[in-house]
Design a protein around this ligand. Structure first.
Ligand code: PLP
Length: 412
């Protein structure tokens, strides 16, 4: 009993209880934290006609989608499959915005058939859309204001070389196309993708968007995308959502006064809503002392959590069995036959073989990017609701690996 008290726990549920019940590696999400983050945005923008669309590519478990729906959120989707998942979760088509990049007009048309809001980010596709639908189906336009309010170039999508959005320098062309094809533009959108470190830079991008929006008379909403950053380590910078809310509400209400209509202001956060709610639990298989370092080999790898290897993301690691022991230096590596280093030269409370390591900020872009490389099963997912754990996705089995494979007769 006394050992338990020193263990790491999530909403009162200890890591050993979780691992005993569900095995590991394991993703665990704290629903209360998701709610708190959602409420932070709605209070920051309480003075505006706000709509939040949860960007479900961050974490697409249907229970998470249903939770955000219950809170009153809409859904931001980037593929027709995400649209279908949203409908399955019970979202009304008009509460789903479909913002794909580089897809065919056929996929856009499927979105139209479902009745969801369609957001187009390419003049060629817009032209085809106009030819097909004229003014019979409204459309949102994704513009690229070419701002970069943050640091990490790998996740910034607003810069001049970016493949996303229609450049604001093509506005004349856009206006001509809309006019001649009679396209009904009811929304304007931007998503710069970068972590917003500087609220004022973001506001400048928003101002550029509004400056173009004023020339379109049929708008119902303006969507400023996301890029809301959360802290990944102690003393890390995060987006000051309260400051952003105050400044943007003022700016937007002034715009609406001039425009003559109280438009809806929309955002589509993923990371902000779910990142900090998530934990990834795994066990230490072996410690390996080399001449250079001490490796902690864990029973997972880039197949389950690829962000550190894909774009150098930092995930804080706690020793779940011994969170407050003496710190020592470790290099935490996976079991995949590739270099899959989770953390180099990391101070972690003294590790014994068999200890459970807890990765923080594992809600966004973690399980969602997992795969079966090395024929490993994807982990189970658990949701903690009101301090009680619920299994929301089973661990995979050999059946899952073989499901779509077709045996043909062997060569004789
Ligand atoms: C990925 C994405 C988001 C969410 O971004 P976060 O950084 O997770 O908040 C929002 N909108 C669009 C169009 C996206 O592609």
């Amino acid at each position: 009993m006394s050992a338990k008290i020193t263990e790491f726990s999530i909403e009162g549920v200890t890591v050993s209880e979780l691992i005993e019940s569900y095995g590991d590696p394991l993703y665990v999400y704290n629903e209360t934290k998701m709610t708190a983050q959602y409420n932070r945005i709605t209070s920051a923008f309480s003075g505006a006609n706000l709509k939040v669309n949860y960007a479900c590519k961050a974490l697409n478990n249907i229970n998470v989608l249903r939770h955000f729906k219950k809170l009153g959120s809409g859904l931001d989707t980037v593929s027709i499959q995400e649209v279908e998942l949203g409908l399955e979760a019970g979202f009304k088509p008009e509460d789903i915005i479909f913002t794909p990049n580089g897809v065919s007009i056929e996929e856009i048309s499927q979105g139209v058939a479902y009745g969801v809001r369609v957001n187009i980010d390419n003049l060629s596709i817009l032209e085809q859309f106009g030819a097909l639908y004229g003014d019979t189906y409204p459309v949102c336009i994704r513009l690229n204001p070419h701002i970069n309010a943050g640091g990490n170039a790998n996740i910034s999508v607003g810069h001049i070389d970016s493949k996303f959005g229609i450049s604001i320098h093509q506005t004349r062309h856009l206006e001509r196309m809309v006019k001649s094809l009679g396209i009904r533009v009811n929304g304007m959108h931007m998503h710069t993708g970068s972590d917003i470190l500087d609220v004022d830079v973001f506001l400048r991008g928003a101002e550029l968007l509004l400056n173009i929006a004023k020339d379109f008379d049929d708008l119902d909403y303006i969507d400023f995308g996301s890029g809301f950053k959360v802290a990944y380590k102690q003393d890390d910078i995060s987006t000051d959502i309260e400051e952003l809310g105050k400044k943007m509400t003022a700016m937007f209400s002034e715009f609406c006064d001039d425009y003559g209509k109280n438009l809806q202001i929309e955002f589509e956060p993923g990371k902000f809503l779910v990142s900090e709610a998530g934990y990834f639990l795994c066990s230490v298989n072996a410690l390996k002392q080399t001449t250079a370092t001490v490796f902690a080999h864990v029973n997972t790898g880039l197949n389950h959590l690829i962000r550190p290897m894909l774009y150098g993301a930092y995930h804080h690691i706690t020793n779940g069995n011994n969170p407050s022991g003496k710190n020592r230096v470790y290099t935490v590596v996976g079991y995949i036959c590739e270099t899959d280093t989770f953390a180099s030269d990391r101070l972690i409370s003294e590790i014994k073989e068999g200890d459970v390591l807890v990765f923080h900020n594992a809600g966004a872009y973690c399980f969602a990017m997992s795969n079966n490389y090395n024929s490993r099963y994807r982990p189970a997912e658990v949701l903690i609701r009101d301090e009680k754990p619920f299994l929301i996705r089973k661990r995979e089995t050999m059946e899952d690996l073989l499901r779509n494979q077709i045996l043909i007769d062997q060569e004789s």
